[in-house]
Design a protein around this ligand. Sequence first.
Ligand SMILES: [Zn+2]
Length: 459
Amino acid sequence: MRAPTLKIEHACYVVTLDGERRIIQDGSILVEGQRISRVGKAAELADAPADRLIDARHLLVTPGFVNGHMHISYAHAVRGIFLDDLGSPLPYVFRLQMAMTEEEEYYTTLLGLVELLKSGTVGFVDPGSTKFPDACLQAYEDAGIRVILGECVADREAPFPLPRYGTEEAIARTASFVRKWDGRLHGRIRAWAMPFSPETCSADLLGGLKRLADEHGTGLTLHHGSGPAARRESLARYGLRPTEYLESSGVLGPNVLLSHVLGLDDAEIECLARTGTAVAMCPVTAAKGAKGIAALGRMPELLQRGVRVALGSDSPNNSNHLDMVRTMNMAAIQYKDARQDMHQIPAEQALEMATLIGAQALGLGHELGSIAPGKRADLVLFDTQRPEWQALFNPVNNLVYNADGHSVHTVVVDGRVVVDAYRQSFVEEARLFARVQEIGERLLARTGVTLPRSRWPIV
Ligand SMILES: [Zn+2]
């Protein structure tokens, strides 16, 4: 049977992210089945018929965005409740997440998927926050999104309630998770090892999970930070910097994605470059959480050393939004300010991290991240008929500095149109929003989390 074809015709710009970084004006893209078969000037593709035609005269096309660190199940239902003067919301977040039922997780996941897709994200890494993947499978299938899943494990005491097991048990659980989930939904689901962090996992567990990831041809992600205090402590304890400690435990390598990675020094960056390890950085979380990008942010040096850097939004109570366009914007502007140097992280580099480099960081660079024949058809079509897109001379600057995810008009994942002229069709939104609000109220009542809802009186 012939694969269905989709043609995106006369796009005002196609920002390809191909080897030459071509931006094609008046461009067309032909999709056959799940893959892109042709890309070029509209005139060159004029003779190509298709089952479905999208007139993209006012639309600008980019590759789909990937989110390298996004806890879809960390308290979406109470988003916004943590006041700025609360300090770390983490103890509350874990308490609420532990209390979530299967049904509650399903609906809050649906909300996350609606938000991700409607702002152009086609795939994300959920670093082990989903407790009930069986229940959420239907949501992933209906939404048509890509997801990298795993079971969060730890084998040491933590300052917050994490799923803790014996070392061997944690490895065995991960092995059966990977066997069960990896490659499902026609390969849109990948299953990785997901130890929480070096502080909450022994070297034996981390090393064991890395070997398991290697054996199964899959990945591993964990939270990782450094900085002067952590470095002093690690040097005193192991004679190694925190990142060197991971290397010596056999944890680093090309199939490993470390998240946040603030506070690295030059030796630690070398360590990541040498081992080919990838990272996911969360610029909005870092800024909102007052992490100190000027002192601790090393994104420019990581990129310079060829480390693959993905962007992440972290949990909906850290950045509070999942919008990769706003995330690109933050990545591009925060280093300019932190270094008082406008050369830092140009708009083009921010877009690369959200697409091609991000896909490479997730081990998906051969399939995703650019608009080229043979690649998976994961595409975002931005509506340029909006005030914030005017005037349009430089598509990448306008995308990163003017726009946000609200101008995402249409999204294609694996050749399937999942957002069509601003609409998704896998869930009824008004009902879903009411349900999630209800879930939030119930969750707060059930867990006894009684935080003031606002600094100002709500009357
Ligand atoms: Zn995280």
